[in-house]
Design a protein around this ligand. Structure first.
Ligand code: UDP
Ligand code: MN
Length: 297
């Protein structure tokens, strides 16, 4: 337990580790000179993670859905900033899911990076677009995406990269602390509480509240995660229920039952409207302004 949180006053999870520029290499050795180095020069450890990913010849997938007006509103900036900051120097394959493949912007991509477009049906309700992602991802992970990538991140499109987001974030399963909720007491966290829902947590259950705008992991782990969430959503629908925060409620249930191997600090998916916080030094991904009246029907 010697490894404290350099940037964030949140304890480590029982099974997981916090990634705040600090990587599993620190966790494995944990000699104090390394720890001191991690605090003083986090970029050194980021470099170690980069070299290890290159040596392992990893391919990292990044999935994003851009359905309806979310495509014009957010996709270009998401991809352009990913080119600048996401897994730079690694092999990357973007998977864009949309009902209008022809409208996907054709960006020049860096070496070793490619973009694939997959057609999906447009659900009528935005909640269904959001929730259907679990089933679509499950299928994609069982197909070409699962064959060509070792690790995959699944992200919302209404955000953009603002700092280096590299292989120090990789682990078998990766969860994102919710920027608005990471310092809330547990009893206030907005888990699903209706016991009839597959996403329900009983009073006293739950530890962190994770943001569904970003999760990731190995292909095998994500197959299990997406299967669980899609099944839970299907079960709720059959009972005429919908969890409070849709796919996010099911994701939180999954990570309560199966602890993530790595928990990312809110720096990795930060909301600029929160304003300055001492522990948030280097945001890597920022929420775009929510313009629901423009993008939701
Ligand atoms: N989404 C989409 N079209 C829609 C609704 C949702 O493409 O009509 C995708 C998009 O990637 C979006 C994600 O689903 O970022 C989650 O929806 P949203 O960001 O609106 O949810 P919130 O972040 O507000 O919970
Ligand atoms: Mn979003």
């Amino acid at each position: 337990q010697g490894l404290g949180m350099p940037h964030l006053g949140v304890p480590r999870t029982q099974h997981g580790e916090m990634a705040v520029s600090i990587t599993k290499w620190v966790d494995r050795w944990t000699p104090s000179p390394i720890l001191a180095l991690a605090r003083a020069r986090p970029e050194v450890l980021t470099y170690v993670a980069q070299q290890e990913a290159i040596q392992q010849n990893l391919t990292i997938g990044l999935t994003v859905f851009a359905v309806g007006r979310y495509l014009e509103k957010y996709l270009a900036r998401f991809l352009e900033t990913a080119e600048q900051h996401f897994m730079v120097g690694q092999r990357v394959v973007y998977y864009v899911f949309t009902e209008r493949p022809a409208a996907v912007p054709r960006l020049p991509l860096g070496p070793g990076r490619r973009l694939r477009v997959e057609r999906v049906l447009r659900e009528r309700r935005w909640q269904d677009v959001s929730m259907e992602r679990m089933r679509t991802l499950h299928a994609a992970l069982g197909g070409r995406l699962g064959r060509e990538a070792h690790f995959v991140f699944c992200m919302d499109v209404d955000q953009y990269f603002s700092g280096a987001f590299g292989p120090e974030t990789l682990a078998d399963s990766v969860a994102q602390l919710h920027a608005w909720r990471y310092h809330w007491p547990r009893r206030l966290l907005p888990y699903e509480s209706d016991p009839r829902s597959a996403a329900a947590l009983a009073p006293g259950e739950g530890d962190f509240y994770y943001h569904a705008a970003l999760f990731g992991g190995s292909v095998a782990a994500l197959r299990r995660l997406t299967a669980h969430c899609a099944r839970g959503q299907q079960q709720d629908r059959a009972r005429g229920l919908e969890a409070r925060w849709h796919d996010e409620s099911h994701l939180n249930k999954y990570f309560w039952l199966h602890k993530p191997a790595k928990v990312l600090s809110p720096e990795f998916c930060w909301c600029p409207e929160i304003g300055r916080r001492a522990e948030i030094r280097r945001p890597r991904l920022l929420w775009a302004p929510k313009e629901y009246t423009l993008v939701r029907d």
